[in-house]
Design a binder for this molecule. Sequence first.
Ligand code: UD1
Length: 384
Amino acid sequence: MIKILTIVGARPQFIKAAALSRTINNRFDDQIREIIVHTGQHYDQNMSSGFFEELEIPEPEYYLEVGSGSHGHMTAKMLERIEQLLEKEKPDVCLVYGDTNTTLAGALAASKIHIPVAHVEAGLRSYNKEMPEEINRILTDHSSTFLFAPTEKAIENLKKEGFDPAARPPYSINNPKVWLSGDIMMDNLVFYGNKAEKTSKILADLDLVGKTFALCTIHRDFNTDNAVRLRSIIDSLVDIIKEHRIKIVLPLHPRTAGKLKNEPYFRQIEHSEISTDLIITPPLPYLDTLMLEKNSTLILTDSGGLQKEAYFFKKYCLILRPETEWTELLDNKAAFLVDSNTELIRSTFASLLSQVDFPSVTLYGTGETANFICDALLTQNPKS
Ligand code: UD1
């Protein structure tokens, strides 16, 4: 029996953790004991506990109540508390997901006290170190012993930084192991894709049954904390609504909502006739989000997860960023970088509306990534 301490804290990590916990419970119950730690980085019901209930993720055994704050403040609080827990629980592996401050805190705390780190979603790079997520990814990968890369491109990125995919055991932080594992988010899309259709009432709730709509999310700090960029994106949405007589659903992340509520132009939009077509909601549950993605015409987003979900549901995606970590989407012409450029957003949206030949390659695995990760950790652990 090996003991894995899984550290989660932000919305996309709850979703990824659901796939691994489900697999451990269903297939590896007698070989893996998982302890879930929630740092509390995301704490609102609709950003956190709602996902645990909906995705039936086991209750976290530890909740660290770190909450919001500056990057340094948040990461430091997490580091101190995670270190204490690791000392107490002495797991065989500390498992972290993605690129958030929670990921970095887990990786730093564990590696410093010689607990092997497993990084799920290793090797992704935007090559823009001004993003906090890029710093988190690089430092986490370089503190890890087990690196689960979702794509070939991620493996290539790791090779450039000196990782050797042909490394031989025994593995350690000095001799780390890189695997091409597929993307764990695909496990959930395969598992929940049809369930969403059966259980979600979101289309009726938003009066969208039989209607044409696009879905948009904005939460990255370089978009939300830059008033010019944010305005430019919102202006583009308004233009698209007017030009194509289409509705746009905009579930607002708390950070984005906080910025927009102080903007007079946005309050004007909320009180104008456009507001019947620009449908603003709080952050939505996972199955409702899947249902909207599946039934939308196009997706506009700065989120990494939505880019891939768009691909899974065969929807073209406009990426509201100057670069992306998921470059295979660009190579296959499934997604397009439009940044916050109003003209580019409008023209790309217009040209994609009439596109029909969506690419059909499999880019992110077949939904068996959690199984792969469990197998890999078991075979590599001397105790198993
Ligand atoms: C974080 C991750 C990002 C991930 C995203 C998913 C980092 C550096 N970034 O960004 O990689 O894609 O989560 O959502 O870790 N807030 C609330 N309620 C909550 C959570 C947050 O009100 O439940 C507010 C707080 O005011 C906070 C702000 O939202 O300051 C931003 O939250 P934070 O965790 O800093 O970053 P995210 O933008 O969510």
